[in-house]
Design a protein around this ligand. Structure first.
Ligand code: F6R
Ligand code: MN
Length: 196
């Protein structure tokens, strides 16, 4: 399912990078790693009982640490849904809150869900082939695949950014991206849970 590719190989046509970076640390997240992430817990448990599906994988490149240095990751988020909610990443704030990030979409179709730290302000940003999303500092960010193909992207961030999953694990995102009549709609989590 995951083919190793070389991003420096110019013979690979633009837009087909559903892959991992050979020789780089790879984090794979399966349904079992995403406990508490999906709104519909019963649908998540039922899907997990069927198969512990691979939801996404990220290869990280950390060339150097220290002031001015950048790290980046190549992510592939597969297509799927748990109940009406699209496959998503865990989502995080950066441990160094001020650190921003740029996401560059390479293939597929999806969105980024951005929320301020208090969860009061939410924004959805299209992410897909040829789309760029700027994630400001102090912003929780989650990637969502709303399309039928794998969503492939690169995220570039300061080497000092770090990941803080705990803050999101404690409260989850306040909003969910769910399918309604074939389209993704953004709903408050509580509203979705009360009406689903
Ligand atoms: C790095 C970054 C991305 C994510 C990747 C997986 O700061 O934002 O490389 O790490 O999209 O998402 P998480 O880390 O939330 O599981
Ligand atoms: Mn990040």
């Amino acid at each position: 399912m995951l083919d190793a590719i070389d991003l420096n190989d110019l013979s690979v046509p633009y837009g087909i990078y559903p892959a991992v970076l050979e020789g780089r640390p790879l984090v794979q997240r399966r349904l079992s790693d995403l406990s508490g992430c999906f709104a519909d817990e019963a649908a998540w448990a039922a899907a997990l009982a069927q198969e512990d599906a691979l939801v996404y994988a990220v290869s990280s490149v950390e060339p150097a640490d220290g002031e001015g240095q950048l790290h980046y990751g190549l992510g592939i988020l597969y297509s799927g849904k748990i109940g009406r909610e699209y496959y998503l990443t865990k989502g995080h704030l950066h441990a160094h809150r001020a650190a921003a990030e740029v996401y560059i979409g390479l293939a597929g179709r999806g969105e980024m869900l951005l929320e301020d730290e208090a969860g009061e302000v939410a924004r959805r940003c299209p992410l897909g082939a040829g789309r760029i999303v700027y994630v400001p500092g102090f912003t929780a960010h989650r990637t969502v695949n709303t399309g039928p193909e794998p969503l492939v992207y690169i995220g570039v961030y300061p080497s000092s950014a770090g990941h803080d999953y705990g803050a999101i694990a404690g409260r989850n995102f306040r909003n969910v991206l769910v399918e309604e009549a074939g389209n993704p709609v953004l709903l408050k989590r509580e509203v979705f849970l009360n009406t689903n």
